[in-house]
Design a protein around this ligand. Structure first.
Ligand code: RB5
Length: 145
């Protein structure tokens, strides 16, 4: 199960990504927002992050206007590695090297076509492990210090 969420700035992009996931037969849980009305992105970020930490969802996708605010909020949850990306290369490598568990994007930054390609890369790419595991562990050492 993939967790997905957005604030009003990312609402339309979230809807495009949902359609893409449906076309591919990928199950998702939508944590809102469900309209274009203004909503505070930390609320959505926390819910999506919690669903990953609990094991309900394996990975998450978050959208706000820039992708930045919602990624900063998600990264405050212990165990979350949320990557704010606006290019394909980063969306691919953040899985390969950072084992990112949430992809954040800006609805006012990337169009739906690129965003869906980034989602595919993010969902299909496996963590490389090896030396990258050591570095990811070092990130969590900082988190625990
Ligand atoms: C909302 O206007 C906007 O600030 C938000 O979507 C996001 O871009 C924050 O980082």
């Amino acid at each position: 199960m993939i967790a997905i969420g957005a604030d009003h700035g990312g609402y339309e992009l979230k809807e495009s990504i949902k359609k893409h996931l449906e076309d591919k037969g990928i199950e998702y849980k939508d944590f809102g927002t469900f309209t274009g009305e203004a909503v505070d992105y930390p609320i959505i970020a926390k819910q999506v992050a919690a669903s990953i930490i609990s094991g309900e969802c394996i990975r998450g996708i978050l959208c706000c206007g820039t992708g930045v605010g919602i990624s900063i909020a998600a990264n405050k949850v212990k165990g979350i590695r949320c990557a704010c990306c606006s290019d394909y290369f980063s969306a691919y490598y953040t899985r390969l090297h950072n084992d990112a568990n949430i992809l954040a994007m800006g609805g006012r930054v990337v169009g739906p076509g690129l965003a869906c390609m980034m989602v595919d890369a993010f969902l299909e790419t496996k963590f490389e492990g090896g030396r990258h595991s050591r570095r990811v562990n070092m990130i969590h050492d900082i988190e625990n210090s």
